[in-house]
Design a protein around this ligand. Structure first.
Ligand code: ZN
Length: 194
């Protein structure tokens, strides 16, 4: 049976690289995949997922009204399709409904769904998508990265132009991975970013 997977981590742990590697593994075996990315992620060209180390693949942009189940169901009706896997980058931006649709894809369309995202925002609050993925994904897997002290980083600090940690603002502020630093829990609380 196909499952819903959630690969979670702090910022800059290599989630996108990991997603693109999985996608490549399917493609290398002659199978097709469907990749999705939030429409407002404009760090890279629209319609592409690109990793920091230079990998790149085509992706379908989604917004809050997008219906994953309906889209994938239609794609599977196309004659000769070899779609074997669904992958979602920046999955913390999914809505509760999206997570339900993705779960239905694995249960009723029998396609594995691999989602990649952050657990929490820069204030330590859970993102909506991550909250429901942590609740409903059948497989949870952490992609690990480290704090400046060498301990595992689980938190994402946002920094201002002067390099100081920010503790107020909008949850979503797209652009600039350099505005974020992955920290261990203790250094996040102590606001020590380096
Ligand atoms: Zn630390």
């Amino acid at each position: 049976m196909a499952k819903l997977y959630f690969y979670y981590s702090a910022m800059n742990a290599g989630k996108t690289t990991s997603l693109l590697q999985s996608e490549y593994n399917y493609r290398e075996r002659g199978m097709e995949t469907l990749l999705f990315i939030p429409i407002f992620d404009d760090r890279f060209e629209k319609g592409y997922i690109a990793s920091r180390i230079g990998l790149k693949a085509q992706a379908v942009p989604f917004d809050t009204d997008f219906n994953f189940y309906r889209f994938v169901e239609e794609k599977l009706k196309e004659p000769g399709n070899r779609i074997k896997c669904v992958l979602v980058d920046e999955a913390h931006f999914l809505t509760k409904d999206h997570v339900g649709q993705l779960s239905d894809i694995s249960d009723f369309l029998n396609l594995p769904v691999l989602t990649y995202g952050l657990r929490t925002d820069f204030l330590g609050e859970p993102f909506e998508g991550s909250k429901y993925l942590l609740a409903h994904a059948e497989e949870l897997s952490e992609i690990k990265t480290i704090c400046h002290c060498g301990r595992k980083a689980t938190m994402n600090a946002r920094i201002d132009e002067k390099g100081a940690m920010v503790d107020a603002g909008e949850q979503v502020e797209i652009g600039g991975n350099d505005r974020y630093v992955s920290l261990c829990h203790r250094h996040f609380k102590q606001k020590i970013i380096a």
